[in-house]
Design a protein around this ligand. Structure first.
Ligand SMILES: Cc1cc2nc3c(=O)[nH]c(=O)nc-3n(C[C@H](O)[C@H](O)[C@H](O)COP(=O)(O)OP(=O)(O)OC[C@H]3O[C@@H](n4cnc5c(N)ncnc54)[C@H](O)[C@@H]3O)c2cc1C
Length: 415
């Protein structure tokens, strides 16, 4: 593991710092400092600024609309943006760029890359993720949504659930069963569907924070062109896992910066309230500090491996498991720092319902309660902690596999 950056990467850091100094509003202290309406307006303008300056999807080559930065430059950019409390994309870009865009770049045809990637960057296409179903979450390959070819089109029937941002997206990537006569992992295809059609209905689900973040999505003879398959018909399981590698591992090199900022702000709250005199609480803050350092070094290891040409794979589960479990502990600690006031929260709400309290956020009990509740699903989405542990055991450490009901003597005819 090498923790030094090259001279070129440090020179690039200066360029990015200059860009941020030029384009961020004066007096900027992080996106969390803006009230909700100002934040919405800033986010829209900021994404446009990033697009105009070629700073979205910075690993993509120039012919697909990215600046084609090296991995090290990309990391430096993400570090500087994170330090400044400035987003590296729009609200939906986790789905549009990190998940779908990177996956099309890795497994799409030339035609699909040239058609879809520029539309992702311009914001013309906004994506959501249709993986989970009522009877297939952890056991994703058990999915029942079906797609059948009818002339030049796939006809899709079934239901997805927990579909984040389906109400703001105009496209959905959907794992569908296209062949029921083969083992279940082999009969899946990864389809792209436009949302604005009579065969797709989106119904809201309100979450624990009383927010409308995710939905149920129903497909009743929904249609898409037969060429809208990524990775080939029947190869959807490989595509799905490639995408999950991006989803789980994307923040590996930068999350520790956000977590450090959040921990510093919590430590300041504890200091202001005289809670640092409590030795047990101090010990928990020190443990949180150590865990953020562990994440930082894991990030550096990931970066070093990536620079040697290693693609994100099952190791991204290590990062996903550690950060999501850490944030549950950290936000429990936050409520203990606040004390009984957390049962009657007041003040401004957190900027985001999920992920860290936003950089620059003013202290409020409501903000930390929302952040606490928003940390709970971190150990569920993108695969639960138990599933991450199974992946790490089976595929990273090479331990004997968990027994499965769909293999060996228990297998049904379809599995
Ligand atoms: C906030 C949020 C946003 C989400 N957004 C999306 C989205 O945009 N698109 C999408 O497709 N999905 C989304 N999901 C769904 C998410 O991926 C699933 O909830 C998750 O994969 C778990 O599936 P499940 O809910 O069906 O739980 P289940 O799979 O039923 O699991 C229930 C429990 O059993 C445990 N378990 C299951 N199998 C095993 C095993 N083999 N070994 C050990 N333990 C096991 C699990 O760990 C869990 O504790 C989202 C979820 C949340 C909470």
């Amino acid at each position: 593991m090498d923790i030094r950056y090259s001279a070129e990467a440090e020179a690039y850091r200066e360029k990015i710092q200059a860009f941020l100094a030029e384009h961020l509003p004066s007096g900027w202290s992080g996106i969390g400092a803006l009230d909700p309406e100002a934040r919405r307006r800033f986010s829209e303008d900021w994404r446009r600024t990033l697009h105009e300056n070629g700073l979205l999807a910075v690993s993509w080559p120039k012919e697909y609309g990215g600046p084609g930065l090296s991995l090290l430059e990309r990391t430096v950019l993400a570090e500087e943006f994170t330090r400044a409390g400035a987003p590296t994309g729009g609200d939906n870009d986790g789905f549009s760029i990190t998940m779908l865009g990177h996956t099309i770049m890795a497994m799409g045809t030339e035609e699909q890359k040239r058609y879809y990637l520029p539309r992702v960057l311009s914001g013309e296409d906004v994506w959501c993720q249709g993986y989970s179903e009522p009877n297939s979450g952890s056991d994703l390959a058990n999915l029942g949504t079906r797609a059948v070819l009818d002339g030049d089109e796939w006809v899709v029937n079934g239901q997805k659930i927990w579909t984040s941002d389906a109400h703001t997206a105009n496209w959905i990537f959907v794992l569908c069963r296209t062949d029921s006569g083969v083992p279940k992992h082999k009969g899946i295809s990864f389809l792209l569907l436009p949302m604005g059609q009579p065969g797709i209905e989106v119904r809201p689900i309100i979450n624990i924070n009383r927010r409308h973040d995710f939905n149920e999505v129903f497909f009743s003879d929904a249609r898409t062109h037969k060429d809208n398959v990524i990775g080939g018909v029947g190869n959807g399981w490989a595509v799905a896992n490639t995408l999950l590698g991006f989803e789980r591992g994307d923040g590996a090199t930068t999350d520790a910066i956000r977590f450090r900022d959040e921990l510093d702000r919590l430590t300041a709250v504890a200091r202001d309230r005289g809670r640092l005199e409590d030795p047990v609480l101090r010990q928990r803050l020190a443990a949180a500090h150590s865990q953020v350092e562990v994440l930082r070094f894991l990030g550096l290891r990931t970066l070093t491996q990536s620079l040697r040409g290693h693609q994100p794979g099952p190791e991204s589960s290590i990062h996903k498991l550690i950060w999501s479990e850490y944030r549950k502990r950290l936000t429990e600690l936050a409520l203990d720092v606040i004390g009984p006031g957390s049962t009657t929260p007041s003040g401004r709400d957190a900027a985001f319902g999920i992920s860290t309290d936003a950089p620059g956020s003013p202290f409020s009990t409501q903000g930390w309660v929302t952040t606490f509740l928003g940390a709970r699903p971190g150990t569920i989405y993108a695969g639960t902690s138990e599933i991450q542990k199974n992946i790490i055991g089976d595929r990273v450490l090479g331990l004997p596999r968990e027994p499965r009901m769909d293999e060996g003597p228990w297998a049904s005819s379809r599995s």
